[in-house]
Write a protein that binds this ligand. Structure first.
Ligand SMILES: [Zn+2]
Length: 313
């Protein structure tokens, strides 16, 4: 096996040993090589020597139904991927260009809902953004008066967040009951050991504290995997981005998230509709209004998307 990869022998979400292979193809040949070239070239670039003979093998757990990649990059290759192949300066410029009012508004609405649910003045609340990226969510929590913490692996992102007054803490400082809320936004799909990580970081919650997991949703994943079309663009109906090689190494069904939480001693908490509506109604236009009215219903009735809150049992 390629020395830059590690091999999973259990489901990373529930640790069950029974799973089946859905698809496999080598990373350094067509069609995946072409996909990687198209995807990474505008953001930096891939050095294919590091991927020689590595296999993209997609498996499905027979217990929790999580879909996961069996061969995943080791720590050295991950650092290369996130610090070099995805150029941090290009990523920052893209964020500054793309993230408009709606993006920041979403953070504000979510933080207001969590503060309302916790029912304490913001000055008494300590919020952590686990895998904070450039620290935009943590900065918003700070703007509401909460004490904002963040963790991140990328050196450039850590320096950026520190310069903006976010308390950056290390992995070793995490498991001390100090946080009222732990945010994880589009993080768990990237983790080598999601269940182990959830167990570890949830030790950082104060009694009654909440943890959010938000990961990509694709209700038609079976159809996407039946087509397996690597040329389909990101954001379209049959895109394979939810199972993107190297990065999206875990794909969760709702059942997978609930199994993982249960194994970590946590239980789902739903935010009451009243709190959601009090802090999300957007009357800036018809489309945003309809969206803000329907979102809490879609979450409650259809249990979509993969956006869940948990509390320790
Ligand atoms: Zn599983």
């Amino acid at each position: 096996m390629n020395e830059h990869f590690t091999f999973r022998t259990n489901c990373p979400c529930c640790h069950a040993g029974s799973f089946r292979t859905l698809y496999e193809s080598v990373l350094d040949s067509s069609p995946i090589k072409d996909y990687l070239n198209d995807f990474y070239s505008p953001q930096g670039g891939v050095e294919f020597a590091y991927l020689k003979d590595a296999v993209y093998r997609l498996c499905e757990c027979t217990s929790c139904q999580a879909i996961f990649q069996q061969e995943i990059p080791n720590d050295t290759l991950l650092e290369k991927l996130y610090e070099e192949w995805l150029d941090p300066q290009l990523a920052l410029l893209r964020h500054q260009k793309q993230d408009g009012l709606a993006y920041h508004r979403q953070h504000a609405e979510e933080i207001m809902q969590v503060i309302a649910l916790l029912g304490k003045p913001p000055a008494q609340l300590h919020f952590l953004d686990f895998g904070m990226g450039w620290g935009q969510w943590a900065l918003m929590a700070k703007a509401f008066g909460c004490t904002a913490y963040g963790t991140e692996l990328s050196r450039e992102r850590i320096a950026h967040a520190r310069a903006n007054g976010i308390h950056v803490i290390t992995w070793e400082q995490l498991p001390r009951p100090q946080f009222d809320f732990i945010n994880t936004e589009q993080v768990f799909e990237h983790l080598a050991a999601p269940l182990d990580t959830l167990r570890y970081i949830s030790r950082g919650l104060k009694p009654g504290g909440l943890l959010k997991i938000s990961v990509p949703t694709a209700h038609n994943i079976k159809r996407r995997l039946a087509h397996m079309d690597w040329k389909t663009p990101k954001g379209t109906r049959l895109s394979l981005n939810p199972v993107a090689p190297l990065e999206h190494i875990n794909f969760f069904r709702r059942k997978s998230l609930l199994c993982m939480a249960e194994a970590a001693g946590m239980k789902e908490v739903t935010i009451p509709l009243k709190i959601q509506y009090q802090h999300t109604l957007d009357v800036s236009g018809l489309k945003p209004f309809v969206k803000s009215v329907s979102k809490p219903i879609i979450r409650k009735v259809w249990k979509q998307p993969n956006y869940l809150f948990f509390r320790k049992t």
